[in-house]
Every structure is written in C-alpha cells, then in structure tokens.
Design a protein around this ligand. Structure first.
Ligand SMILES: [Zn+2]
Length: 143
C-alpha cells in the first residue's frame, strides 16, 4: 500500500501511496524500536521517546499542509485528506518532533509554508535565522 522511493538528490527518500486512501482512514499502522535515541529517521512518540527502525514512517516527507498525520498514541498514520495512488505521503514534522535531527528550508509549495522548518520547541538555528532574514529582505524589496 506504500513504498519508499528516492525523490531526488536534495530531498532524498520519500514514501508514495500505491492505492487511494480516503480522508480519515488509516494509511499505515507502524511498529519499530522505541528508545531515547534521536536519529535521522526516528520520530518522537512521547517525551524523550523516539521510534526508529520503522518500515515507512521514518521516510515520510515534510509538508506544511500535509496530506497525513501521525497518531503517536495508536501508532497510526492517518489521511488528513484524500490521497491518490502515486501521491507522496507527507506529515508536518513539527507536529511530532520537539527538536529536529536537522532543521531545513522547505519548498513544499503550500500557501501556509513556514519556509524554515524546526521542531515545535526550538528556535531557528543560525542557518535558519540567516535564511529567514534573507527571505524578509526579498519580500520587502519585491525581488
Ligand atoms: Zn513548507
């Protein structure tokens, strides 16, 4: 029902739907190893607890207006809107992660794109502050 694919060089791996999912349906039930260790493909399941070794969810792409959400109480990936076969499955990293393994500039294209993605309790790092300042200048100068 899902497969891990290589999106491109900059975005790395992602997860693609292989069949349709309707809004509110469970896209995937996941399992893995829960520990206090954060790595690139781990996801936070609770305070200081992170799941790794998952088959798909560690490879989900971030979207600021994602088509799915993670239910960390029930270990379910749920469709926030209808998903078509071939769609890339996305979640908002800040919904689960206090801190990201690595902050990054987002190009998800959503109208509400936050631009620079951090965990929910952390501030943009030095690179992020420079990126956001640059974006403000561009918006002000209109170029
Ligand atoms: Zn975005």
């Amino acid at each position: 029902m899902l497969e891990v694919i290589r999106l491109d060089e900059s975005r790395g791996l992602g997860v693609r739907a292989l069949r349709p999912f309707t809004t509110g349906s469970v896209v995937h039930r996941f399992a893995g190893v829960v520990s206090d260790h954060i790595c690139q493909h781990s996801l936070q399941v609770g305070d200081g607890q992170h799941i790794s070794g998952t088959r798909y969810i560690g490879y989900l792409s971030h979207g600021c207006d994602p088509n799915s959400a993670l239910d960390m109480a029930n270990f379910e990936l749920v469709a926030r809107r209808d998903i078509a076969p071939g769609d890339i499955v996305t979640v908002d990293y800040a919904e689960t992660e206090d801190r990201l393994h690595r902050q990054f500039a987002c190009a998800c294209g959503a109208g509400n794109c936050r631009g620079w993605i951090t965990g929910r309790v952390e501030q943009p790092n030095e690179e992020g502050q420079a990126w956001l300042t640059e974006r403000e200048h561009q918006a002000r100068d209109g170029c």
